[in-house]
Write a protein that binds this ligand. Structure first.
Ligand code: UD1
Ligand code: BG6
Length: 371
């Protein structure tokens, strides 16, 4: 049931304040005045000790689920101190990459039925790793075959392009990082800031959804383009990949997410006055580096669309002509949840304006159960 919406993708983008609330329900404990706030993931509580002792955490997934894991990797490394590596499920299988008993392998999948992810799961189990699932589907193959896990509880997702599952997956993985990381005195301020940030996140997403009309206008400007590049780094490298994935899979426009740190190693050759380029430059530890990326793109007359924190529009566009999208600033590790929303809206409007099928893009399936 699409309710008041024209398409499932549109409905699922707009229901993110609610789906995020459901994802966190019962899992964040607000302490009393003297008690610190904590995280409780029922599905993991008996396994946290083993996870903390593991030599490495390996994230495994495909498509949007892989991107959600990538967005969560920095905070998991920061809070746990455990090396986190990333594997696209098919590539792990193709290489028969090493997986050890001392590894915790985390399988991220909205449907819980993706063939490549399932194959990688069987492989990791055979190699003795502790297998953790993060899935939206209770009773799915991945939920059943993993040793333990967390349901993201985002509600059924119908649109082939994953939207609300992505943001809920990130929220679960940030909670996972809090649960694995030790609650030391030195980390307390940071941990509490993240928990407060999580509790306020649905409000921030509500706020960013107000950009709907602005993103429709932007889609109108981009309607006849051949291609869109998206530059991001740090926490928002994943936003660049996921934003580009959304645009290409539904609007059928070529789009590529690029790690901004790699700009000079190839992508800069593409920059001219015609190719539209989106740059994610919200406030975090990478902000000054992104400012310099923007200046270098301006110097080559790039057609820029800059996503920045509220109040930064004038400063990011001062050195040349560009369009700014202002988003609310949140704790750095939660910023990818806010930042993906305008790009989801852009992909949605571009698709409708270009006259393509939003909910079932050609050649794609919601759940890819064959290799
Ligand atoms: C569980 C209940 C929830 C109830 C809550 C009350 C279910 C599905 N969930 O939620 O309805 O409100 O207790 O305390 O009944 N699991 C995996 N692999 C996965 C995902 C989950 O093995 O990929 C396992 C978990 O380890 C856990 C079980 O499935 O044993 C349920 O997981 P989850 O729903 O996340 O647990 P709770 O949030 O505690
Ligand atoms: C398909 C879907 O390609 O599988 C994507 O169309 C999804 O939306 C990908 O990200 C992985 O699916 P899952 O269910 O394992 O998260």
């Amino acid at each position: 049931n699409k309710g008041k919406y024209d398409h499932y993708m549109q409905k699922e983008i707009h229901e993110q304040p609610e789906s995020l609330t459901t994802t966190m329900r019962g899992r964040l404990i607000r302490g009393g005045s003297r008690k610190a706030k904590t995280v409780l993931l029922g599905g993991l509580k008996d396994h946290l000790k083993t996870i903390r002792r593991s030599r490495r955490i390996v994230f495994i997934g495909c498509g949007t689920s892989y991107n959600a894991a990538l967005a969560s990797r920095p905070i998991l490394e920061e809070l746990s101190g455990i090396p986190v590596s990333m594997e696209i499920a098919s590539d792990l299988w193709d290489r028969q990459g090493p997986i050890y008993r001392e590894d915790t392998a985390v399988f991220v999948s909205q449907s819980g039925e993706t063939a490549d992810t399932l194959l990688a799961l069987d492989y990791a189990r055979e190699n003795g790793a502790l297998c953790v699932g993060i899935t939206n589907t209770v009773g799915s193959s991945i939920a059943r075959k993993t040793h333990c896990g967390v349901h993201i509880n985002a509600g059924a997702e119908i649109g082939v392009a994953s939207t609300k599952a992505y943001t809920s997956q990130i929220v679960v993985m940030v909670m996972l990082a809090l649960a694995i990381g030790s609650d030391t005195i030195s980390s307390q301020t940071r941990r509490e800031a993240i928990i407060d940030g999580l509790l306020d996140l649905p409000n921030k997403v509500k706020e960013v959804l107000k950009l709907d009309e602005e993103m429709k206008d932007l889609a109108q400007l981009l309607i006849d383009e051949q291609s869109l590049l998206v530059f991001g780094r740090g926490y928002n490298y994943a936003t660049a990949l996921e934003g580009a994935l959304k645009v290409k899979e539904v609007s059928l426009m070529h789009s590529e997410g690029i790690l901004a740190g790699e700009m000079k190693h190839g992508p800069l050759a593409l920059v001219d006055e015609n190719l539209p380029i989106a740059v994610i430059a919200t406030r975090d530890a990478c902000f000054s580096k992104q400012q310099s990326v923007i200046q270098q793109l301006h110097a080559r007359k790039g057609r820029l669309i800059v996503m920045c924190s509220k109040g930064d529009a004038a400063s990011v566009s001062s050195s040349g002509s560009c369009r700014a999208i202002e988003v609310p600033q949140v704790e750095d590790c939660l910023q990818p949840v806010v930042n993906i929303v305008p790009l989801q809206l852009l992909a949605y409007h571009l698709t409708v304006l270009r006259g393509h099928n939003v909910d079932q893009p050609r050649n794609l399936a919601k759940s890819v159960t064959t290799q």
